[in-house]
Design a protein around this ligand. Structure first.
Ligand code: IPE
Ligand code: IPE
Ligand code: MG
Ligand code: MG
Ligand code: MG
Length: 336
């Protein structure tokens, strides 16, 4: 198995175990709520946000135990956003991660509470990174970052724009502008992915190396954050429900404004690839700074052994940055 796949497999195992441990047992009363929370979080999901957080923390040789907690907090928050996004009053979806959505399996009222419970648990877990040795000012910065990313300036604001536009009778001569669409995507999806990298930074060492790396890591995060939702729009058109684990063709059926509906499939794909390039360039820039916390770049031959296609980075990336590059590849070239 290529080294990069080994990196991901190991982290995915750790994330699954930590997520299962972070949730109340299903047998514990109130059982319906707890079973619903476990249904929403466990047994599915690519865990991209968690992996990004771990990869960002590792790029800075940060606090691994704290980063794992932050990674789980991100996945709990993300799962909550999906539970509510799927509800009849929003996207009205019946399939998620290859299973019935929470409101289908447990009823609408429980689905509301499952989302609320997951959100609160995410903050509780994130604030506990102080127990792993993260300074309280850094932990507070992490909590505030996550709150902002999912609040009115982030995910919830983006979802509100989505609701306001979708299905509304837009006169043909005033369709949703690309600027509005991009702002909506950056808020509803990009903000939490950016927060994932930011939380990784919060778990980094409290040194100049962290501050020196922040601008490039933030540029990386902004690029892949937007690319993620563009690819989601493309997959909604291109993939089938079995592969996606959620209902394909939903956006068109609900008259959602998407990159595909505004620009067409080819241009949407082209923009996702341009953002992928921008993300990799940010990593290359960071790699060329060679801060002391980043291991030296490997010679090209060893790099070829370490990296798995389709990583397209032209110049050598230090091994510490390769998981981030691999995640950029996954985000843009994924099939589900
Ligand atoms: C789906 O996110 C919702 C969006 C923000 C587009 P993911 O594609 O990361 O869903 P899972 O976690 O892998 O199921
Ligand atoms: C949802 O976007 C973004 C969230 C904040 C959950 P979508 O509505 O496109 O996500 P999917 O396609 O249902 O996963
Ligand atoms: Mg939606
Ligand atoms: Mg949806
Ligand atoms: Mg979608």
């Amino acid at each position: 198995m290529p080294a990069q796949n080994v990196w991901m497999e190991k982290r995915l195992d750790a994330i699954e175990q930590a997520l299962a441990a972070s949730l109340p047992e299903g047998e514990l009363a109130p059982t319906r709520l707890h079973e619903g929370m476990r249904h929403a979080v466990l047994g599915g999901g690519k865990r991209v946000r968690a992996l990004l957080c771990l990869a960002a923390a590792e790029a800075l040789a940060g606090n691994a135990a704290a980063a794992l907690k932050a990674a789980c907090a991100l996945e709990l928050m993300h799962a909550y956003s999906l539970v509510h996004d799927d509800m009849p009053s929003m996207d009205n979806d019946v399939l998620r991660r290859g299973k019935p959505t929470v409101h289908v399996a447990f009823g609408e009222a429980t689905a509301l509470l499952v989302g609320d419970g997951l959100q609160a648990l995410a903050f509780e877990l994130l604030s506990s990174i102080t127990h792993e040795g993260v300074a309280s000012n850094q932990a507070l910065a992490a909590v505030s970052t996550l709150a902002r990313a999912v609040g009115p300036a982030g995910m919830v604001g983006g979802q509100a724009i989505d609701l306001a536009i979708a299905g509304s009778a837009q006169p043909a001569d005033t369709p949703c502008s690309l600027e509005t669409l991009q702002a909506m995507h950056r808020m509803k999806t990009g903000a939490l992915l950016q927060a994932a990298v930011e939380l990784g930074l919060c778990c980094g060492p409290d040194t100049g190396a962290r501050d020196a790396s922040a601008p490039q890591l933030r540029r990386f995060a902004a690029a892949i954050g937007l690319a993620f939702q563009i690819v989601d729009d493309v997959l909604d058109v291109e993939a089938d429900s079995a592969t996606l684990g959620k209902t394909a063709g939903k956006d068109r059926a609900m008259a959602k404004p998407t990159y595909v509906s505004l620009l067409g499939l080819n241009e949407a794909r082209r923009r996702a690839l341009a953002l992928h390039r921008e993300a990799l360039q940010s990593l290359e820039e960071l790699g060329s700074l060679q801060p002391p916390s980043l291991p030296q770049a490997l010679p090209p031959r060893s790099r070829a052994l370490l990296s798995s296609p389709p990583t397209s980075s032209a110049s050598p990336l230090p091994p510490a940055l390769q998981p981030l590059a691999q995640l950029a590849d996954l985000i843009v070239h994924r099939k589900s």
